[in-house]
Write a protein that binds this ligand. Structure first.
Ligand code: FAD
Length: 467
């Protein structure tokens, strides 16, 4: 059944992850009517899964001399020359605002960690047990409830299947839900906040066929809908679609090794001190806090069967206890001795070094920590106390994040091949491309959602005032 409804002066936000939620709330605050369309039955997308935190510089929880300039430079360096400098500047320079806004929503982000590729600790999470993605999404969803239905309509289990375009300008969307197809026409603007394409065999096969058989952390809804809609219906340009982040540490669940979906071992675990060890050599093989692409490359080179051991001391465990306890509950992290670790590896049929080699590796690393010198180049360490039992699990590289995406400018407008903006069409969050270039820094995706959600809302309000 097809029905059409006029939605003049209304913005349609497609996708309810952090980018969609931020855009929606910022627009509502300015008095704009919003229809938020989400194809699954819950709000939050992949954003709700975020476990390490969100970057911000400088914030009142940092006391380390970090600057916007340092964050900007780190992002460009990690992106291997492929970042759009203007977009990165927006990301870094507005990060303090992002934190202040989240704090104003009563979200605790008081714990700060150093993640790979960052020159300062700047990735924030809460002090409690709730992972940052859950804490942020739940708080923002609660805010949505304070708006009347005359200003906000939330459509769940509703998939945007088409952008309605007239004379090159986006004027509406077609939404499919259960057995009906609804056209929202005459809208003011449309915001694509549909996330990445890590779970889409077609886009991945086209742009990164080498990754099609990798496991992934993304939910099955991560199918690049916004990318496809923007290109097919609005003639938008896609950039750097071959830039897909493979995160080095997806957990191998020893009770379910063949499942292609993996739980992420948050980077914060390495951030507080955990090391990576090759099962077959029993040796460390990389600076665990190098960028994700470098750690992944080293893991693939040093670990046959693409599996490494991640191991934390009892002292380091305490620094990430909420994460570790959760992983233990899920059977992904185990507590035990080196003998227990070797037994686990053997049970898994992995080629495995002997106990003495693993023990020597741990002792050598404890000396590195004590002297703050590491032949592999690590400069930030956890505790040097490696006595007692360890906390360990098995990890493997996983498809995690789409760096490439829909081309946007610094106002969040979607761009065509010729560089012109598609009237009334915006994009924010993982659907857009160019911010992270060849490698995203941990904690920068949540930040991108908040910063560019805000930017897009500003552009829409500006346009509304002008017209
Ligand atoms: C396990 C995991 C841990 C992570 N940890 C961190 C972290 O600690 N820090 C960090 O910065 N980043 C982290 N990330 C990355 C980050 O969570 C995401 O990249 C980011 O949140 C993307 O947000 P988004 O709003 O752009 O998209 P999403 O949160 O993915 O939301 C997109 C939404 O759009 C909906 N949608 C898609 N197509 C349609 C359609 N056609 N119609 C209607 N709705 C549609 C989807 O169903 C989804 O709900 C993590 C990612 C994962 C998977």
């Amino acid at each position: 059944m097809l029905s059409a409804a006029r939605y003049s002066s209304t913005t349609v936000v497609v996708g309810s992850g952090l980018a969609g939620l931020t855009t929606t709330l910022q627009l509502l605050k300015k008095g704009v009517r919003v229809v938020l369309v989400e194809k699954t039955d819950t709000l939050g997308g992949n954003s709700i899964k975020a476990s390490s935190g969100i970057n911000g510089v400088p914030t009142r929880h940092q006391h380390n001399g970090d600057t916007v300039g340092a964050f900007y430079e780190d992002t460009l360096r990690a992106g291997k020359g492929l970042c759009n400098h203007d977009l990165v500047w927006e990301l870094a320079s507005r990060s303090q605002w992002a934190h202040n806004w989240l704090a104003s929503q009563n979200i605790d982000l008081s714990r700060v960690a150093l993640l790979g590729g960052h020159s300062y600790a700047r990735t924030h999470r809460g002090a409690g047990r709730m992972p940052p993605g859950v804490a942020i999404v739940l708080a923002l969803c609660k805010q949505l409830q304070s708006y009347p239905s005359s200003q906000l309509q939330v459509m769940k289990q509703s998939r945007v299947a088409l952008l309605v375009v007239h004379d090159g300008a986006v004027t509406g969307v077609a939404v499919e839900r259960s057995h009906e197809r609804v056209e929202l026409v005459d809208v003011h603007s449309v915001v694509l906040a549909t996330g990445g394409y890590g779970a889409d065999a077609q886009l991945l096969g086209e742009h990164r066929p080498d990754l099609v058989d990798f496991p992934l952390t993304n939910g099955c809804q991560t199918t690049g809908d916004g990318h496809k809609l923007a290109v097919r219906d609005a003639g938008a340009k896609l950039v750097q679609m071959d830039q897909v982040q493979v995160h080095p540490t997806g957990f191998v669940d020893v009770a379910d090794t063949n499942n292609s979906w993996k739980f992420l071992c948050g980077e914060v675990v390495r951030g507080v001190g955990a090391i990576l060890v090759s099962p077959e050599t029993g040796l460390r093989f990389v600076n665990e806090l190098d960028t994700r692409d470098a750690v992944t490359e080293a893991l693939l080179a040093h670990c046959r069967s693409r599996t490494a051991v991640i191991l934390a001391s009892a002292s380091d465990y305490l620094q990430a206890q909420a994460h570790m306890d959760f992983y233990m509950l899920k059977g992904l992290v185990h507590r035990g001795t080196v003998a227990d670790l070797v037994r686990l590896l053997t049970q898994q049929g992995l080629a495995c070094a002997d106990e003495a080699t693993f023990t020597a590796t741990i002792e050598n690393y404890a000396k590195c920590v004590a002297t703050a010198t590491d032949p592999l180049g690590r400069t930030q360490f956890g505790s040097s106390d490696f006595s007692g039992e360890y906390y360990y699990g098995l990890v493997t590289p996983v498809v995690h994040f789409s760096m490439g995406g829909v081309a946007i400018d610094t106002q969040g407008r979607v761009l065509r091949e010729n560089g012109s903006a598609v009237p009334n069409l915006y994009a924010a969050g993982e659907v857009s491309g160019g911010v992270h270039g060849g490698n995203r820094l941990g904690g920068s995706s949540l930040l991108e959602c908040v910063v560019f959600g805000k930017i897009v809302s500003e552009s829409i309000v500006r346009l509304a005032k002008a017209s």
